[in-house]
Write a new protein. Structure first.
Length: 404
């Protein structure tokens, strides 16, 4: 299948428009990272506490934020996750301790902030542990269990928690719902000491600051090593200027993608780093396809100017580039629209990166080759044979200048 047959677009003639486009988005991203939003690192990199909360109704983000601020939690972040009908949110707290108490601290802070109009002297059954329920039942002994009370109430407390978490999704709307699961006398006893709030803490996770710092370092090294590997590979496969052009192009793509996260104030997590590394490979693949065609055409069109050869090569691979990028873009766009909040950052990086990566292979990488060749000739040096590697020059026995 070929979308563009015998196209003859002067891409190099529009290089200044491309340069202006890249400068606008690159500078906007740099300004945002330097002065506005910075680089919005996720909890994976900066450390913190994630509290997963499920509500019995559609959560009000502004109401949650106001309640947290009244409780003294000033730098919280709230985001929805999962299916919207599940009414689940993640609350990101700036609690960075790495001990066991940090788990309980984050949970207690959220419960204290969100529980409003709690009956005095009663506990919240939606956020009570099985041990709390067990101890209460042992004290009240509604079943008159006798000598084996501990065993009976341990099993009963676990069944109540399982019913709440597995059957009712973590939140009971009222204690009456338990009547279908446990003895009515137990429900009546629980009603004396418990009430049901409109939310339940599903899980608490912490990432310490030292772990976050280590992850930041590893993410940066992974990106730098991938760029270095590309430079070495392309320098060996083609000429070193090809490697430089590809690395500059990928750096351009990465800068704009990270800048987009800063401009949109979206957090950069480990999944986003994975997406960026994927984009480095994707953009590099597109660039190599064009470079290969340039190398082939230089051998066939020795009397043509390098600019004309590059233009011809881009036009010849244009259909393949659009088809590959278009199908990939539709896939990641569907992931962005329907993949849910957990994959939102990952898919957003892919959406932006594929668009910019496809554009830069044509508008950034190829013009760098021509600009470098023109610079060498302008200084009176022999032109580097684009696309002919050192091994091929050795076989040929001499450098063949590119005719202008």
């Amino acid at each position: 299948m070929e979308l563009f047959r015998n196209s003859n677009i002067d891409f190099l003639g529009k290089k200044w428009y491309f340069l202006a486009f890249s400068l606008v988005f690159s500078v906007a991203g740099v300004l945002s990272m330097a002065f506005w939003h910075g680089i919005p690192l996720g909890v994976d990199f900066r450390g913190g506490t994630l509290v997963y909360v499920k509500f019995s109704h559609t959560p009000d983000d502004n109401g949650i934020r106001a309640a947290l601020q009244r409780a003294g939690l000033q730098r919280e972040q709230i985001q929805r996750y999962g299916v919207p009908s599940n009414n689940e949110v993640i609350i990101d707290l700036d609690v960075r301790e790495t001990n066991e108490q940090a788990l309980d601290q984050g949970k207690v802070q959220i419960i204290n902030a969100l529980e409003q109009n709690a009956p005095p002297g009663k506990q919240d059954l939606n956020n009570a542990s099985s041990l709390t329920i067990e101890n209460y039942l042992l004290e009240k002994d509604p079943l008159r269990a006798g000598t084996d009370a501990r065993q009976k109430y341990t099993a009963l407390a676990r069944s109540i928690v399982d019913y709440r978490d597995k059957v009712r999704g973590g939140v009971l709307s009222s204690l009456d719902e338990l009547k279908s699961a446990v003895d009515p006398s137990v429900v009546a006893s629980l009603q004396e000491g418990f009430f049901t709030s409109d939310f339940g803490i599903r899980n608490v996770e912490i990432v310490g600051p030292q772990v976050g710092q280590q992850l930041r370092k590893q993410a940066l090294l992974a990106t730098l090593y991938s760029l270095l590997g590309m430079l070495v590979y392309l320098g060996f496969r083609f000429e070193w200027i090809y490697g430089v052009a590809a690395v500059v192009t990928v750096f351009h793509d990465t800068l704009i993608t990270v800048g987009a996260f800063s401009l949109m104030n979206k957090e950069i997590s480990l999944t986003v780093i994975a997406a960026i590394l994927t984009l480095i490979g994707y953009s590099n693949n597109d660039t190599i396809v064009i470079f290969d065609r340039i190398r082939e055409n230089i051998k066939l069109m020795r009397r043509e100017r390098l600019g004309e050869i590059v233009n011809r090569s881009i036009n010849q691979t244009l259909s393949r580039t659009i088809l590959t990028a278009g199908l990939t873009f539709l896939t990641v766009l569907a992931l962005y629209l329907f993949g849910g909040e957990v994959l939102h950052g990952f898919s957003f990086a892919l959406v932006v990166g594929i668009l910019i990566g496809t554009y830069s292979s044509i508008a950034i990488a190829a013009p760098i080759l021509v600009a470098y060749q023109d610079w060498r000739i302008g200084r009176g040096k022999s032109a580097v044979v684009a696309g002919v590697g050192s091994r091929e020059r050795a076989v040929a026995g001499k450098k063949l200048p590119v005719s202008r």
